[in-house]
Ligand binder design. Structure first.
Ligand SMILES: CCCCCCCCCCCCC/C=C/[C@@H](O)[C@H](COP(=O)(O)O)NC(=O)CCCCCCCCCCCCCCC
Ligand SMILES: Nc1ncnc2c1ncn2[C@@H]1O[C@H](COP(=O)(O)OP(=O)(O)O)[C@@H](O)[C@H]1O
Ligand SMILES: [Ca+2]
Length: 549
């Protein structure tokens, strides 16, 4: 282990007490010089010593007089200011409950100006060594996503933090659907940026995904229409500021749908690789999917919800109840190529968490530059002989490329699916009674296993195909127009692809391992959250107020 060299160590003043403050390359720590009179009285037996990892410092700056005046009104404070007239403030990530992050501040007062400036300078030097942090971002805001708060959320909660962290931004408020996608495909000068941020829901994320992936393939001469084309990974990371209706891509990669938490993950420069499903109809590229490809129930919910967009997120609940009551099923054939044996299975109870070993296992198949290494080329399962085929009548066919955890279903459609393992979980719900289907749906909201029903099966797959049984029904040619997002369901049903209706029902899907990266780190284990107890003010582990003198 690298020996930690102390870069700075001083006795400073914080909250009217003297503290020993130490900075090394990875940690900023401080503790009262006198033995703390009031140790944390919670269960964590933490003494009053605090530490913040340098990689979780948002900014350090000289504290302006105005800030000090506002904070210091009492007699003690005035005395502090006389004795220690110079001060600097460190803003840092503090973990609160349920994976939420907040930006906390601590101010240290110094007796002399040179010392204060040295602290600001040396800490800033350490921050500038963190090369994974974005310096310049291209931001797209959908002003009509979710409850239509996107612009306000960005301006009030996110922009001030980006400014604090010294991140330059170009902000585009979209004026129409596909504005962000078109801009990314053709106009945007991407060399200027370290990442792209979307403010909105899964649909807005999908626009940025399509824009970036298409641009990258174009730049490298890769034809997206070729189902077997080796797609080139995108170099820019994508950040999501959740302001949509479902926000499952944000929720499943960060652990919460909170704009401030997402902004902090962007600022600290997190990186989470993600699989992307490519969807083709014959040899024509249709769309990419990151969250849910759903046929039958979820396709019908989406088709129906589109006509009630004005309802905001509640449109899905209304459409959900209507679709549930109509109780349609669809006949067809699903064929799939199973995942390799060593990547777990959808019921193994191994949740994808920050630093997930199953996803790491696959990371070795793509190096940092996205080149394909031997591992990927090794002879694996043969595409032709290992395909399985299932014919049946299905209420729902869902391909979850990741858990799809969201506020409606905190464990998600497939709780043990992985963000970056190169596979998707294919869930088949066969025709069953309304009551049985209701029981299955209800299990998405509690701890019970939603796959533990005789009419449900689930497979981890690398590729799959679907062919509807259309000969008994109206053929596609008889329909005057293809199914559109304007909302009607056809006798054949339709696929919802991350919240967009696909124009075809017969599709071929292939999981593209780690095609993109997000400004996220996957959901942190509870333990990872608790490690920071000593740095919290107040101590979040004990949920106590800070012990002030
Ligand atoms: C009985 C309660 C059952 C609750 C079941 C909840 C399951 C929720 C799984 C959600 C998976 C979400 C996957 C993500 C999809 C998104 O990409 C996509 C686009 O998002 P965006 O609008 O933010 O752009 N969103 C969606 O497709 C929305 C899916 C929402 C489905 C809600 C279904 C509600 C079902 C209610 C049934 C109630 C039966 C009541 C009987 C009396
Ligand atoms: N300015 C705009 N006007 C209308 N539609 C837009 C605009 N910007 C983006 N969209 C579209 O709105 C749809 C929904 O956006 P999203 O942000 O996902 O919200 P929600 O989660 O409520 O569906 C997306 O399909 C996107 O293409
Ligand atoms: Ca996956």
């Amino acid at each position: 282990m690298e020996k930690q060299v102390t870069l700075l160590s001083s006795q400073l003043f914080q909250k009217h007490r003297q503290v020993e403050v130490v900075l090394n390359r990875s940690v900023l720590a401080w503790k009262p010089v006198e033995k703390s009179r009031k140790p944390c009285s919670g269960t964590c037996d933490s003494v009053q010593s605090y530490s913040v990892e340098v990689c979780e410092i948002v900014a350090v700056r000289k504290t302006e007089d105005d800030d000090q005046d506002a904070a210091q009104t009492g007699k003690h404070q005035k005395k502090t200011k006389q004795l220690y007239p110079y001060a600097f403030t460190v803003s840092y990530v503090r973990r609160t409950r349920q994976h939420q992050w907040r930006c906390s501040e601590v101010t240290f007062h110094c007796a002399n100006q040179a010392l204060c400036e040295e602290w600001v300078q040396v800490t800033n030097e350490q921050l500038s060594l963190l090369t994974n942090r974005p310096k310049s971002l291209l931001v797209y805001i959908n002003p009509f996503g979710g409850k239509r708060h996107g612009k306000r959320i960005y301006e009030q909660k996110v922009a001030p933090m980006f400014r604090l962290a010294g991140i330059a931004t170009t902000v585009i408020v979209t004026e129409r659907a596909n504005h962000a996608e078109d801009h990314l495909k053709t106009e945007a000068n991407l060399d200027k940026y370290d990442g792209v941020v979307c403010v909105g829901g899964d649909g807005m994320f999908s626009e940025v995904l399509h824009g970036l992936v298409a641009r990258t393939q174009n730049d490298h001469g890769v034809d997206q229409n070729q189902p077997d084309a080796e797609l080139v990974p995108c170099s820019l990371r994508i950040g999501i500021i959740p302001a949509g209706s479902t926000d499952c891509i944000c929720f499943a990669t960060v652990g919460t749908n909170d704009p401030v938490t997402s902004a902090l993950h962007i600022i600290v420069g997190d990186s989470q690789p993600m699989d992307v499903c490519s969807v083709h109809h014959n040899d024509v590229f249709l769309r990419y999917s990151v969250s849910l490809l759903g046929y039958g129930f979820y396709g019908d919910v989406l088709s129906d919800s589109e006509r009630n967009r004005w309802l905001g997120p509640a449109r899905y609940d209304l459409a959900g109840v209507k679709t549930f009551l109509s109780h349609n099923y669809y006949e067809g054939t699903v064929s799939f190529l199973p995942a390799e044996d060593d990547v777990g299975n959808p019921r193994d109870k191994l949740q994808c968490r920050s630093g997930c070993s199953i996803c790491q296992h696959n990371r070795s198949s793509k190096d940092e530059h996205g080149d394909v290494s031997e591992e990927k080329e090794k002879p694996g399962k043969d595409d032709s002989s290992d395909w399985n085929e299932i014919h049946g009548k299905f209420i729902a066919i869902n391909a979850a490329n990741m858990s799809c955890a969201c506020p409606r279903s905190p464990k998600g459609l497939s709780p043990f699916a992985h963000l970056a393992d190169g596979n998707a979980d294919l869930i088949l719900v066969r025709n069953c009674s309304r009551l049985d289907f209701f029981k299955h749906l209800l299990r998405h909201t509690n701890k019970d296993d939603q796959f533990d029903h005789p009419f449900v099966e689930v497979h981890r797959v690398r590729k799959f195909r679907f062919e509807p049984e259309c000969h008994k029904l109206v053929s596609l040619e008889d329909l005057s127009e293809p199914p559109t997002k304007t909302g009607y369901s056809t006798p054949l049903g339709s696929w919802s692809c991350d919240g967009e209706i696909l124009p075809e029902v017969a599709i071929q899907v292939s999981v593209q391992c780690q095609l993109i990266r997000l400004f996220a780190r996957g959901i942190e284990e509870q333990q990872q959250q608790q490690q920071q107890c000593v740095s919290d003010d107040p101590c979040t582990l004990c949920a106590l107020e800070p012990t002030t003198d």
